[in-house]
Design a protein around this ligand. Structure first.
Ligand SMILES: NC(=O)c1ccc[n+]([C@@H]2O[C@H](COP(=O)([O-])OP(=O)(O)OC[C@H]3O[C@@H](n4cnc5c(N)ncnc54)[C@H](OP(=O)(O)O)[C@@H]3O)[C@@H](O)[C@H]2O)c1
Length: 270
């Protein structure tokens, strides 16, 4: 799997498995299946309730720790300097390992704590407890404040991004700031599967709508973390490197942008 370079010198696999809503008791098995298929990135979070399964699946795979990139996130009710340090220790205990990447899950601007949270994460990184630190669901003004106040640029911003919400302005800002864009809910709940731009690539390439959309993310330069609990789809979602969308097909995909969120608005969530 191709990797993307982070602004701290580390690298992240371009495609990985997301485990939101994967039942805790099935997580170790599904993570194990994914790792067996060749996945090298697992996107977890404390709030998903399955960090134990993530760590257990990795250990059971027998893969060396350094072969798998593990992300976890600080949930909204654990923001603040000292609380973040405690939440991190609890995540490490549940995972049974130190993650590669720690994210602030949501900015929660009304709480006014994301700067303190970020300062704790800088400390964790400087102590070598986590390799890289980043954010999720941050908008441009949150990013600029974070960087302006601390001088430390997140390596990555994980945001809702799919054909119906293409986030061109935020992606352009990320490019200017040296931040990797990572797409959550990349399949957009299947809303674009039957659209003309997707179906045209399906007809030409013989790939599935999900594969076309995942390939589109990669060609936008994003990291992408689709979820599936089925081995066949896990394999399918990884099998997106032997074809590409033409420039004309990428232009046609851009017409699907409707600015429609499936999730909360980061300005007033949390
Ligand atoms: N930072 C955040 O705030 C945030 C928010 C949401 C999500 N995320 C992260 O992003 C990850 C992905 O987002 P998501 O889980 O919401 O959605 P997603 O990956 O876009 O879609 C998952 C859904 O698509 C189905 N699916 C997967 N592969 C498919 C295929 N090849 N063909 C047809 N259907 C397919 C899955 O069903 P089956 O399981 O039945 O295959 C599941 O219902 C999450 O797991 C999580 O790690 C982060």
């Amino acid at each position: 799997m191709a990797t993307l370079k982070l602004n701290d010198g580390n690298r992240i696999p371009a495609l990985g498995l997301g485990i939101w809503q994967v039942p805790a008791e099935e997580t170790a098995r599904i993570v194990g299946t994914a790792l067996g298929l060749g996945y090298e990135l697992i996107d977890g979070a404390a709030i998903y309730g399955n960090e134990e399964g993530l760590g257990a699946g990795l250990r059971a795979s027998g893969l060396p720790r350094e072969r798998v990139f593990v992300t976890t996130k600080v949930w909204n009710d654990r923001q603040g300097h000292d609380e973040t340090l405690r939440a991190f220790d609890e995540s490490v205990a549940r995972l049974g390992l130190e993650p590669d990447l720690l994210l602030i899950h949501w900015p929660c601007p009304a709480k006014g704590l994301y700067l303190d949270t970020w300062r704790a994460m800088i400390r964790l990184r400087d102590e070598g407890r986590v390799k890289s630190i980043g954010v999720s669901n941050f908008m441009g003004d949150h990013l600029e404040r974070l960087i302006g106040e601390t001088g430390v640029t997140p390596v990555l911003n994980q945001i809702e991004l799919h054909p119906g919400l293409q986030q061109a302005d935020l992606r352009a800002l990320h490019d200017r700031l040296g931040i990797v864009t990572q797409s959550w809910t990349p399949l957009g709940q299947g809303a674009a599967f039957d659209s003309a731009p997707v179906q045209a690539v399906v007809a030409r390439s013989g790939k599935t709508p999900a594969q076309v959309i995942l390939r589109w993310h990669l060609q936008l330069g994003c990291s992408v973390i689709p979820r599936s609990t089925h081995a066949g789809r896990l394999a399918q979602n990884l099998d997106v490197t032997d074809f590409s969308l033409t420039p004309e097909e990428m232009t046609a995909m851009a017409t699907l942008d409707a600015g429609t969120r499936t999730g909360p608005d980061p300005r007033d969530f949390g």
